[in-house]
Design a protein around this ligand. Structure first.
Ligand SMILES: NC(=O)C1=CN([C@@H]2O[C@H](COP(=O)(O)OP(=O)(O)OC[C@H]3O[C@@H](n4cnc5c(N)ncnc54)[C@H](O)[C@@H]3O)[C@@H](O)[C@H]2O)C=CC1
Ligand SMILES: O=C(O)/C=C/C=C(\O)C(=O)O
Length: 486
């Protein structure tokens, strides 16, 4: 049985109290790893290692050397590509193509891109006049914020963890990561990578364990943590914000979504069907940017629903390596229960179930996995729970609309505001709708198309702050102004 230990001060260490928990495969519920469960002792040790590293070799390292080291981290991830893919597949059960073509390469890119951003982004300078006529020069310099607490989720574990660790380290900070208890493997592997390329001990630390009243909360309450970055559920974000408030610590949050897909009748039909299929069902719907509310202009409605239904009914469930398998399970039985409770609620609220709505018949030991069918509903009012609340599963409700004005009201009538995907060939309309939707990210004729230099984050209850490109520097550094009298 694989054993996953904490990574503290450059060494893999067990929990001081000997506690551990089982990591089960979402594919068949088998125990695949014993994971050490961190508590206050491990969080204390990790934070103090991270603090010491700030004042040690890492803190003194010339910027160019630090950035070259992050390129080396990316290269080592690429060299160990198969190990990362295997670890992520085992933890999440998601199809090989999603992990190998999207999630793991993004992990490597997250180090390279932010090393380059730090190298290339200038700071401001102002020359000023003074009464004595000599003048003064102001210039700003960026300083690392310090020890960053990273709390990451299970849905795209390596991508989302490195999305935070990459810029944090590029800016000269040190990190303590608390990965999701559901997906500990790639955070541990990254510790091996850090050692292999010579990142000094204490720069990257990982404490495994749970959230409330456990390692996650201990980290967010820790006096030695200077800022906290978190991706996950909105309610968890609220709890972390309260913990951070006590120490006046900065937070950056990417939270839940109930994103709208908007399909106009003038769209490229096949592209729109494929785009909405991906946005609603990729990663078994476990993507915060995913589309659980789809609005289709009335002339296209019936045809669109039928085409999306056909696409859903063609998925091939299976293990990541199975030939032809393109559809994985949910992360856990707990999450399966949550998603199935929404499937039942949709029916009790009067939905027409176009397809799915239950658990597929799986052969052999796969029957023990956390599988659910991709599901489409129609016919519900906007007040229905499955149309209002984030489910985080492979499902969407599709509703017809008659005008641009109407669909904007529908799309915006939600407490979340993370992303939207708009499908139209009318460029003027694309600009108008993208400007009017209340979201942080609006995709037109695309979805999850990422340029890592762009601002990324949510409006309303979908987040606080933006990361990506220079925006990550705003969070991971303190700007210091130097004013020199000439
Ligand atoms: N990217 C996203 O938007 C994600 C959304 N979710 C949603 O959240 C629901 C619950 O899933 P969870 O894994 O429980 O998500 P979560 O948001 O509770 O967990 C994410 C991370 O936060 C940690 N955490 C939880 N409570 C904490 C606390 N009080 N203090 C510090 N850290 C804490 C967890 O251990 C994990 O590492 C899912 O059903 C899904 O709807 C889950 C994961 C990602
Ligand atoms: O591309 C990114 O940087 C972030 C993607 C976010 C998700 O996939 C998520 O939180 O579900």
């Amino acid at each position: 049985m694989r054993e996953i230990q904490h990574f503290i001060n450059g060494r893999f260490v067990p929990s001081a109290n000997g506690q551990s928990f089982d990591k089960r495969s979402p594919l068949d519920n088998r125990v695949i790893a014993k994971v050490h469960e961190g508590g206050q002792a491990e969080v204390d040790a990790a934070v103090s290692a991270a603090r010491a590293a700030l004042h040690g070799e890492w803190g003194r390292m010339p910027t160019e050397k630090r950035l070259a080291m992050l390129h080396a981290v990316a290269d080592e991830i690429t060299r160990r590509f198969d190990d990362f893919v295997a670890a992520e597949e085992a933890d999440t059960g998601q199809p090989h193509h999603v992990i190998a073509h999207a999630f793991v390469p993004r992990g490597a890119a997250n180090f390279k891109v932010f090393a380059d951003v730090v190298r290339n982004v200038p700071t401001e300078s102002f020359q000023m006049e003074t009464p004595d006529g000599r003048g003064a020069l102001n210039y700003a310099v960026r300083k690392p914020k310090g020890v960053i607490g990273v709390i990451s989720p299970w849905n795209a574990p390596f991508l989302l963890m490195t999305w935070k660790v990459g810029p944090a380290l590029a800016c000269g900070n040190t990190v303590v990561v608390k990965p999701s208890e559901e997906t500990p493997a790639t955070a541990a592997l990254l510790g091996e990578v850090m050692n292999a390329v010579g990142v000094p001990p204490g720069v990257y630390n990982v404490v495994h364990g749970f959230g409330p009243e456990a390692a996650g909360e201990f980290l967010t309450r820790h006096d030695g943590v200077d800022a906290i970055t978190f991706t996950g559920e909105t309610r968890t974000g609220a709890a972390i914000m309260k913990a951070a408030a006590d120490g006046i610590r900065d937070v950056s949050f990417e939270l839940g979504g109930k994103n709208a897909g908007i399909v106009f009748a003038d769209c490229d039909f096949d592209d729109a069907v494929e785009g909405i299929f991906r946005s609603s069902f990729m990663n078994t719907g476990q993507v915060c940017l995913g589309t659980e509310r789809v609005y289709v202009e009335r002339p296209l409605f019936e045809r669109f629903v039928m085409a999306l239904q056909a696409r859903c009914e063609a998925v091939r469930y299976g293990r990541p390596g199975d030939a032809g398998a393109n559809y994985g399970p949910l992360i856990s039985h707990e999450h399966q229960r949550k998603v199935l409770s929404y499937y039942a609620k949709a029916v009790s609220e009067g939905a027409t179930v176009v397809t799915g709505g239950g658990v597929p018949d799986m052969p052999g030991d796969l029957a023990e996995g956390a599988w659910v069918q991709p599901t489409i509903w129609t016919g519900l009012p906007e007040t229905a729970a499955v149309v209002r609340e984030e489910i985080f599963g492979p499902c969407c409700h599709i509703r017809p609309f008659d005008s641009e004005e109407e669909v904007l009201v529908l799309a915006n009538a939600n407490r979340y505001g993370l992303s939207t995907t708009i499908w139209t060939r009318d460029l003027a309309r694309a600009h108008r709708v993208a400007a009017a939707v209340e979201v942080g990210i609006a995709w037109v004729n695309s979805w999850f198309l990422r340029d890592l230099r762009t601002p990324f984050g949510g409006s309303k209850q979908s987040g606080i702050g933006r990361e990506g490109g220079v925006h990550s520097l705003e969070f991971y550094t303190e700007l210091r102004n130097v004013c020199i009298k000439l």
